[in-house]
Design a protein around this ligand. Sequence first.
Ligand SMILES: [Zn+2]
Length: 320
Amino acid sequence: MEEAPCILCRKPGSPWFEKADKFPPHERFRVVRCPECGLGWVTPRPTPGEIGRYYPATYSGTAGAERSGAEGGRALLHRAERWYRFHLLRFETRQLLRRTDLAPGDAVLDVGCAGGERMLVMQQAGLAPAGVDIAAAADLARRRTGLDVRRGTLAEARFESGRFRAATLYNVLEHVHDPRGLLEELRRILAPRGWLAVQSPNAASLQARLFGRRWAALDAPRDLYYYTWRHLVRLLEGEGFGVTGVARRTSFLHPPTAAVSLAPALDPQRFWMAEAGGGTAGGLARRVGWAAVTAAVMPAVWLESALGACAIPTVFARMR
Ligand SMILES: [Zn+2]
């Protein structure tokens, strides 16, 4: 375990709340808040060497990519889950193309690429993606896509200087111990005027205010930092990136954080873990329940987006 200060102000934090890990053995973690800028973070926290054991193998849901033996209702639900995921990825990829000047054939690095679904969608859109992920899912992504996917931290991956026209970090920056170090390495591997797309849960969203510490996106100790989009802007600007825009409507297709906050027992990450362990009890009922809760929260999620306080904003920035 290690103590951490505010990455923006270098100040020690003031107590905010405590939260138990949602996965066994439900260890408790302390979350503090910067008295100056309001950023939240976990401290003390597992070191980079220790954090791996807090991620179940099924964390990113990619185990499902290789599941094919399911039958009947379950197969249908797997298909529905896959459709939903690809629909969301296509929406985000179109948004990336609209908000940047990326052109067909441009090299894009997906940081935290998990099982490679986003890279497949980027490829369909004409881009030339590569990926990196610290998890074993990187090996699966390499086999599935045949692309240059490296397993490890971004620093360990040692990509060539100036190789990429853009890098995408969808729900990555909140998991990283040293976000400034990561951005510095991105500056090295991006081409001049290279683009960044950074998506992270918004600690100032309506959901965050409504659910408080029960908000699912406060997932200690895996989520180490709790940013608002203003914190992300400040972090990027401080590391030599000029912010070109903030997409604050993405959550229309992103109801899961609200659904999980409302019904933690239906959290897909919990049943992925149960399935991987061979347990299937209640699997179908839980999936149907999950789909129902997700559909029920859609209007609230849409409203929150319309008010500009969405749960999952995306910040677009360009290297100066
Ligand atoms: Zn601060």
